[in-house]
Design a protein around this ligand. Structure first.
Ligand SMILES: Cc1cc2nc3c(=O)[nH]c(=O)nc-3n(C[C@H](O)[C@H](O)[C@H](O)COP(=O)(O)OP(=O)(O)OC[C@H]3O[C@@H](n4cnc5c(N)ncnc54)[C@H](O)[C@@H]3O)c2cc1C
Length: 497
């Protein structure tokens, strides 16, 4: 197959993964990035100097799931070694379970449950270097794509994209021709407007709020200090507040707090003092925050207005244009709390390269095959996130108004099914994960995207195990994952007084 000339718009995770997948299939890629990223000699330098205004989330905590970890290790072993050499670490299921359960029975598949731990900037720095050193791709920074160039494909009755119009660092505009343009310009992509400008059919989208905003802060473990052992959950959901610790590279970790944007008291956590107060009052983060263990190395970064969004570039089998496809957040993005974005970008990039290999001379067949692959592999995760977010928003509202979200027995003796499910989750699933490796494994495989979200329902032995734990809920000392909202607000107020 003769290689295609492909332009990729955006050099973040989706753009760089696409560049790597396409290069491996022998295509000639030019990847364009509007930000002028200063070349840096190390990821530490990149963390200090890259502002990443075009992808501000890269300055937030990132988890890299087992499906991404395993994919990189298998398909791009040199890249994997480079990540490790840059200070990335692995988080191993076996180790996690051994620290929390006595004499667990492992199975060979447990070796697949390994997450990659590093700062997001480190991942991007290593990816860029790898593209430069191990592919023929041309990476241009400080080059903004302004729109598409196209002609009419009379046979298909669709616009055919033949390249992009770019603006270079010196303000000059020029046309860049391509057989295929991949839009990897992220959640704020201008693709909708670019398509309008070439008279394509409109690209529809559905979008709804995730119901949270995000605050992250990075810390360095002090020299000689040992971070606390990971003996319990390093993430938690208090209903009104979600939190997690993310292990990074080179002795750096970060803490992320997320709450409802309608919660005026918690909106203050974007201020350093409030963020510190909250993190010091959560059992999972408290030990990490101690002065003798760590020191903050950044401000608190905020990301508001988070949305679950799906764009329909292909509708009823018809792409909006030929020779073009959106990938990554530009096509579908979702609540980052589940840490799926980079893994989904990775999966999409390889699906795209496979579809191009299968239909090098037929852009319509390429678009249809890729769309089918994305509907099969990506859309179920997006749908799953929307359902979870609606439930979480309902619960946050109940917490805010002081209602008991877990009281499932109604005064008339009937059962409130939603409250019952919440109780099952808190008093069944959570403790079962701590004591039963079968439950822990099943949930971790879905969390790490090694199984599809609904596959868990197909496991017949899981529900009885969870129910058995739930039925013993009265005998167990209730484990508190953190203070109540009222208690926490009290702490914030007294710290401010
Ligand atoms: C707060 C937050 C936390 C997250 N946490 C996680 C996590 O824990 N784990 C995880 O896997 N994912 C996480 N994600 C999602 C993840 O960051 C994205 O899914 C991932 O970066 C893939 O996005 P992308 O490459 O499609 O777009 P982006 O990362 O947004 O990159 C788009 C790139 O295109 C460039 N660009 C834009 N317009 C143009 C143009 N016209 N011309 C040239 N270049 C252009 C931008 O400068 C940018 O570099 C998080 C997201 C958010 C918002």
């Amino acid at each position: 197959m003769s290689g295609k000339n492909v332009v990729v718009v955006g050099s973040s995770a989706a753009g760089l993964f696409s560049t790597l997948a396409l290069s491996q299939s022998g295509h000639q890629v030019t990847v364009l990035e509007k930000e002028d990223l200063t070349p840096c000699d190390s990821p530490v330098e990149a963390f200090e100097s890259w502002e990443r205004r075009g992808a501000p989330q890269t300055r937030h905590s990132h988890a890299f799931l087992a499906r991404l970890h395993n994919g990189i290790k298998e398909k791009l072993p040199v890249l994997y070694d480079e990540l490790m050499a840059a200070g990335a670490e692995t988080l191993n299921f076996r180790k996690m379970v051994e620290e929390t359960q006595s004499a667990p029975e492992f199975i060979p598949e447990d070796d697949e449950l390994v997450l990659l731990a590093c700062r997001r900037i480190t991942l991007d720095w290593v990816l860029q270097k790898h593209v430069d050193q191990h592919t023929d791709a041309v990476r241009r920074t400080g080059v903004e794509v302004l729109g598409l160039i196209s002609e009419m494909d009379e046979e298909a009755g669709l616009p055919r994209v033949t390249g992009v119009q770019i603006k270079t660092g010196d303000g000059k505009t020029e046309d860049l021709h391509a057989d295929l343009v991949i839009d990897a310009s992220g959640r704020n992509s201008h693709l909708k407007h670019w398509l309008e400008a070439i008279d394509s059919e409109p690209m529809e989208q559905e979008t709804e709020s995730c119901g949270i905003f995000y605050c992250s802060r990075f810390y360095r473990v002090r020299e000689g200090a040992t971070p606390p052992p990971i003996e319990g959950p390093i993430a938690g959901d208090l209903g009104y507040l979600k939190y997690a610790i993310f292990q990074g590279d080179s002795g750096v970790f970060s803490i992320t707090l997320a709450a409802s944007p309608t919660d005026d008291s918690l909106r203050k956590m974007r201020h350093e003092e409030v963020f510190q107060t909250i993190a010091k009052h959560l059992p999972a983060t408290r030990e990490w925050m101690k002065d003798e263990i760590s020191e903050p190395i950044t401000d608190v970064y905020t990301y508001a207005n988070l949305k679950n969004t799906r764009r329909f570039f292909v509708k009823d089998g018809q792409p909006r244009a030929l020779g073009l496809f959106p990938i990554g957040d530009s096509l579908i993005h979702m609540n980052p709390i589940a840490g799926r974005g980079c893994t989904l970008s990775w999966v999409s990039a390889w699906l795209m390269a496979e579809a191009l290999d299968a239909h090098p001379g037929d852009p319509l067949a390429f678009a249809r095959e890729l769309d089918e692959g994305l509907i099969r592999e990506i859309v179920p995760w997006y749908e799953n996130m929307r359902v979870q977010d609606r439930g979480a928003q309902e619960m946050a509202q109940m917490e805010e108004s002081g209602e008991d979200a877990y009281e499932f027995q109604r005064p008339d003796g009937s059962v409130d099914p939603k409250a019952y499910m919440r109780s099952l989750l808190r008093d069944g699933v959570m403790p079962a994960m701590q004591e039963d490796i079968v439950v822990m494994r099943a949930l971790m495989r879905v969390f790490n995207m090694l199984e599809a979200p609904n596959d868990i329902l197909a496991q017949p032995d899981l529900l009885p195990r969870i129910l058995a734990v739930w039925q013993r809920r009265g005998e167990r000392k209730s484990v508190r994952m953190g203070p109540s909202r009222r208690e926490l607000i009290g702490e914030i107020e007294s710290a401010a007084a």
